[in-house]
Design a protein around this ligand. Structure first.
Ligand code: PLP
Length: 392
């Protein structure tokens, strides 16, 4: 493999290891353990395992190793640790770095379970967390202090698609010696340049665009070899959040088509957003690829494209949103994203249901808001369906 390859080429070939049979499609090594030829070999393996030497599937497995190598190549990271879910990755990245007495600065607009970790779990273990408006660099600068151990954010917020300036926040963090942890799910590995932009640990829920077909939960933490092997791996392998070999195989296959899928979904998302913008039944169309998005230039510089997610605000509040959702014939009402199927979500009443009203209002999660994860259907069919549902 060469580093000069494009992401689409790496997604197909990086990390492939063939057994003595020379199989084309990656093998699934459904085994928890591995046999040693001699007792002395077992001892040596436990003392120090080489790159193609395995001990126990919670520590590592050949299929999982292929996935880790492939996604690391795509991301431009030295190494990766694959996890049982996206949340196992978020929890593993933070818990492996932090100890009682540490200080963390986090963006306020977070995926619900990420917010639970930052707001409920970390303080329980004596970690102080300061929340900031992720789009406001002055708030980041004021909150990060000497001794701050880490900053945490989602580069593109869910569901209102606000963008955190990765490079600028990383610079502020580094100046105070803080590590940068970025959940880059909404940007997708296809449009991510997070390592080059200064991030120490990048996290993905593989459940989203990496699988892309709604089959399995998974996650991954990416970073330098030193950080992954010395800090992340010891925590993950001893606490049980490792990815299963079968899931790793699904995710490997997902990576082969991810660049194509995400590219097509992004092209459709732009067309849909352009067509819906200004529609009389809508009070808002939020899409980073639209020139009207307040951070359009930052989105273009940071990701090179607007991504696969759109948020629209239907007039008439909850009734308007529900009428629209129930009238859509193609998109399904669900809560995953990055799937081949277009997925429609009313965040105020599902994913963000438990947030108090004032917090919802502060985050722009209004009753009429509908999140659209654009799938692989024909964009013409999707546009026609959305238009008929809005006229409903
Ligand atoms: C889905 C998601 C997660 C959690 O991933 P799971 O695979 O569901 O555990 C974390 N962060 C973001 C931004 C997500 O969208």
């Amino acid at each position: 493999m060469t580093n000069e390859w494009h992401k689409s080429t790496k997604g197909v070939h990086a990390g492939t290891k063939r057994s003595q049979y020379g199989e084309v499609s990656e093998s699934i090594f459904m085994t928890q353990g591995f046999v040693y030829d001699t007792a002395a070999q077992a001892e040596a393996r436990f003392e120090s395992a080489g790159p193609d030497e395995f001990i126990y599937a919670r520590y590592g497995n050949p299929t999982v190793a292929m996935f880790q190598e492939r996604i690391a190549a795509l991301e431009g990271a030295e190494d990766a640790f694959a996890t049982a879910s996206g949340m196992a990755a978020v929890n593993g990245a933070l818990m492996s770095l932090l100890k009682a007495g540490d200080h963390v600065v986090s963006a306020r607009a977070l995926f619900g379970s990420c917010l639970y970790i930052a707001e409920e779990i970390l303080p329980r273990f004596g970690v102080e967390v300061t929340f900031v408006d992720g789009g406001n660099l002055e708030e980041w600068e004021a909150a990060i202090r000497p001794g701050t151990r880490a900053v945490f954010f989602e580069s593109l917020s869910n569901p209102t698609l606000e963008i955190v300036n990765i490079e600028a926040v990383s610079k502020l963090a580094r100046a105070q010696g803080a590590l940068v942890v970025c959940d880059n799910v909404f940007a997708t590995p296809v449009y991510s340049n997070a390592i080059a932009q200064g991030v120490d640990l990048v996290i993905y829920s593989a459940t989203k665009h990496i699988d892309g077909q709604g089959r399995a939960l998974g996650g991954v933490i990416l970073g330098s070899r030193e950080m992954i092997r010395k800090t992340v791996e010891p925590y993950m392998k001893h606490t049980g959040g490792s990815m299963s070999p079968f899931t790793a195989w699904i995710m490997l296959k997902g990576l082969e088509t991810m660049a194509l899928r995400v590219g097509a979904q992004t092209a459709s998302a732009l067309k849909i957003a352009q067509r819906l913008e200004g529609h009389e039944a809508l009070s808002k169309v939020i899409y980073p690829g639209l020139a009207s998005h307040p951070q359009h230039d930052l989105a273009t510089a940071q990701m090179g494209a607007g991504g696969t997610m759109i948020a629209i605000e239907v007039k008439g509040g909850k009734d308007g949103a529900y009428r629209f959702l129930d009238a859509c014939k193609i998109g399904i009402i669900s809560n995953n994203l990055g799937d081949a199927k277009t997925i429609l979500t009313p965040p105020a009443f599902t994913t963000h249901q438990r947030l108090p009203l004032d917090q919802k209002a502060a985050l722009g999660i209004t009753p009429g808001l509908v999140r659209i994860s654009v799938g692989l259907e024909s964009d013409e069919d999707l546009i026609a369906d959305f238009l008929q549902a809005l006229d409903n």
